[in-house]
Design a protein around this ligand. Structure first.
Ligand code: ADP
Length: 433
């Protein structure tokens, strides 16, 4: 031991204290040794000075070693402590070790070697114990910290659950409100459309040119408003899963023809050619014709809305594995790739400003995406800003409702970088134009 050790010897017998001092000196321990004969002096010495080791005799003038030891421990005084016992005091030594003494040695065995050895062991054991106690303390603290963190996390989880619940409630209320309002508004709107249509018939009296023009505007705006209301109603029904398909066998070419003819006047009004090409050996499919027509009307009205000049083509093609493809292309403003995913989200429009050029609810593609999925199909988008857009729908010839996957992610890129609705697991790649 290189450093000078501060050692305290506590014993009522001066001879015993001397024996300890001499033995340690003879063993060559470099030290500063103090001696006290009673517990009181020992206690005050230990409260004022930091000792490296204490040799404690059991019998003291004013108390015994055990009560001094207990007093030291309850005052949080920590020091390596060697108990020096008399002959036959082994029982007492055990008690002292239990009370916190580091080592014990019978006074009869005091010699320079044993004392130096005990001193070294006591200091080593004491520091090892201190380190274990420190590690334990740190473990306890980190355990408590973890418990606190856990409690905090549980509280946060509960808060999130509560907020989720509130959000769900608010969303359900919103859907309910949308469904009720659009449903309620449809009745008077139908009356407006119906009566304006009647007014336009000559058998109810001839209208002046100006009057007919105004009634026609009422009729057209009424129809537009009804279409918007229907979109909101469909969307709210889709959101709560209350929109059902009415599947039947029908001629897909006829339905496409109907939709194209319905949109022709709008295309004509903008001087756009509206072309249709059918390339099907078998035109019969089993699906929902009304919903297919709705999808086509939506795609065509977008194509017409976002095209200022050029053409709009509708193509119907046979696909392998009993599927058909319906493609709507335009030569319009096109869509930037960064917007491919978002335009299928409800209420999302590329131009989000209030002063935007093109009117609409931003619900059309979200509804189409959900409907196509319900119908067991997929929708693909390819577009180039400034050159035009292509929306392709792939539908099974025969719908099997069980194949419709409701929980797969919404839209993703296929191998060719063409955007597609991927909620249907049967996804095939598509050659971009
Ligand atoms: P809306 O047409 O009512 O705005 P949609 O959901 O049908 O809503 O379309 C969302 C957005 O996608 C449109 O606002 C437009 O920005 C873009 N979009 C859809 N179809 C086309 C198209 N054929 N050409 C260019 N942009 C389109």
């Amino acid at each position: 031991m290189k450093k000078t050790l501060k050692i305290l010897v506590v014993d009522d017998d001066q001879g015993d204290r001397m024996a300890v001092r001499c033995a340690l000196a003879e063993a060559g321990v470099q030290m500063e040794l103090s001696e006290v004969g009673n517990g009181n002096d020992a206690f005050s010495a230990l409260t004022t000075t930091a000792y490296d080791c204490v040799f404690l005799g059991y019998r003291l003038l004013d108390q015994d070693g055990l009560s001094l030891l207990q007093q030291l421990r309850s005052s949080e005084i920590k020091v390596p402590l060697v108990v020096l016992t008399g002959e036959g005091d082994e029982q007492i030594a055990v008690q002292l070790i239990k009370a916190g003494a580091t080592e014990y040695l019978s006074k009869s065995r005091i010699s320079p070697e044993t004392l130096a050895q005990v001193l070294r062991t006591a200091i080593r054991v004491y520091w090892a114990e201190m380190q274990v106690a420190l590690a334990n303390q740190q473990l306890r603290e980190s355990h408590e910290h973890l418990i606190r963190k856990n409690q905090e996390l549980e509280r946060q989880q509960q808060q999130i659950q509560m907020q989720n619940f509130k959000l769900l409630e608010a969303s359900q209320l919103k859907s309910h409100f949308l469904a009720t309002m659009s449903h309620e508004l449809r009745t008077p709107m139908n009356a407006i459309i119906g009566f304006s249509q009647i007014l336009l018939r000559p058998k109810f009296g001839q209208l002046t040119h100006q009057q007919a023009d105004m009634v026609e505007r009422i009729f057209n705006n009424g129809k537009h408003l009804l279409m918007l209301l229907n979109e909101v109603l469909d969307f709210s029904k889709l959101e709560v899963g209350r929109l059902d398909l009415k599947a039947e066998r029908f001629d897909v070419s006829k339905v496409i023809n109907l939709a194209v003819n319905e949109m022709r006047s709008l295309a004509d009004a903008k001087n756009l050619s509206l072309l249709m090409q059918t390339d099907l050996q078998n035109t019969l499919v089993f699906n929902d014709p009304a919903r297919l027509k709705q999808i086509l009307i939506n795609l065509l009205s977008n194509a017409i809305k976002f095209t200022e000049s050029g053409e709009i083509w509708v193509e119907v093609k046979e696909l392998p594995v009993n599927r058909v493809a319906i493609i709507v292309r335009d030569t319009g403003i096109g869509i930037a790739p960064r917007d491919f995913k978002r335009i299928f989200e409800a209420f999302w429009q590329v131009d989000q400003t209030i002063t935007r050029k093109y009117p609409g609810t931003g619900l059309g593609l979200a509804i189409i995406d959900s409907l196509v999925r319900m119908m067991g199909g997929k929708i693909f988008l390819d577009s180039k800003l400034g050159s035009g857009s292509m929306f392709k729908i792939e539908l099974p010839r025969q719908i099997t409702l069980s194949t419709v996957a409701a929980d797969t992610p919404a839209i993703q890129l296929d191998d060719d970088g063409v955007f597609c609705s991927a909620k249907n697991p049967h996804h095939s790649s598509f050659q971009a134009r």
